[in-house]
Design a protein around this ligand. Structure first.
Ligand code: PEP
Length: 249
């Protein structure tokens, strides 16, 4: 059985004042039936980990470097994330692929380093609107999977987030059939590459404009094991109903 996961990506949002949202979330969900992961910006990581230490909420980073340490000004290593209290890291988010020109091989190298350090990696995949309109979605996903996911992936160290780029922060959401098609495709390819045991144990998240109003129907789609949520994860009042919908799915 795959344990469901509600993951929040705060992106470059939030200063110390935002930590109060974590307290609120923890008090609403003292014993959640699903895993809860919040990925705040790097400067908040250790304080977020302290705030959530007595709760069931875990903390993750939003990126890490391929190298273990060294002369990489402004970057963060996997060990630094762990040291700050993170247990996971988002890798290959489309905003990083676009803003920092990250290619599949960069994401794969980062994932290898993060897995070696003992972090759970949440690897993001997804097509652009032009790619979907050209009926290239599954080819793009296949290429991102083979290019970005390292061979050492297991059900414990890998989570995949399917995030159509055109659905991120836009309010546009694929149809439930489109989500099902991509998630089924990812599951089959994982089973083929890693074997049925590993392939069936990797959690597949949907991401892109998930809100309290659409969460339940998305969570009812087969092979959707949770969500990676951006905007609606910033406030406990928005994220909490998404967690509840996942618990009830
Ligand atoms: C994201 O950036 O991972 C995301 C899914 O954002 P939003 O929920 O705001 O669309």
């Amino acid at each position: 059985m795959r344990r469901k996961l509600a993951a929040g990506n705060w992106k470059m949002n939030g200063t110390s004042a935002a930590l109060a949202e974590l307290n609120t979330l923890a008090s609403i969900h003292p014993t959640p039936d699903v895993d809860i992961l919040i990925c705040p910006p790097a400067p908040l990581l250790s304080r977020a980990a302290n705030v959530t230490a007595q709760s069931q909420i875990t903390i993750g980073g939003q990126d890490c470097h391929t190298a273990v340490s060294g002369a990489h000004t402004g970057d963060t290593s996997a060990d630094m994330l762990l040291d700050a209290g993170a247990t996971a890291v988002i890798l290959g988010h489309s905003e990083r692929r676009e803003d920092h020109d990250e290619r599949n091989e960069d994401v794969r190298a980062k994932a290898r380093t993060a897995m070696n350090a003992g972090l759970v990696t949440v690897i993001c995949l997804g097509e652009s609107l032009a790619q979907r309109e050209a009926a290239n979605t599954l080819d793009i996903i296949a290429g991102q999977m083979s290019g970005s996911i390292p061979d050492q992936a297991t059900g414990e160290n890998l989570v995949i987030a399917y995030e159509p780029i055109w659905a991120i922060g836009t309010g546009m959401v694929p149809t439930l059939e489109q989500i099902a098609e991509v998630h089924d495709f990812i599951r089959v390819r994982l089973e083929r590459r890693f074997g049925e045991g590993v392939g069936r144990s990797v959690r597949l998240l949907y991401g892109g404009s998930v809100k309290p109003s659409n969460a339940a129907e998305i969570f009812a789609v087969p092979n959707v094991d949770g969500a990676l949520v951006g905007g609606a994860s910033l406030k406990a009042a928005d994220f909490s109903p998404i967690i509840t919908a996942l618990e009830q799915s």
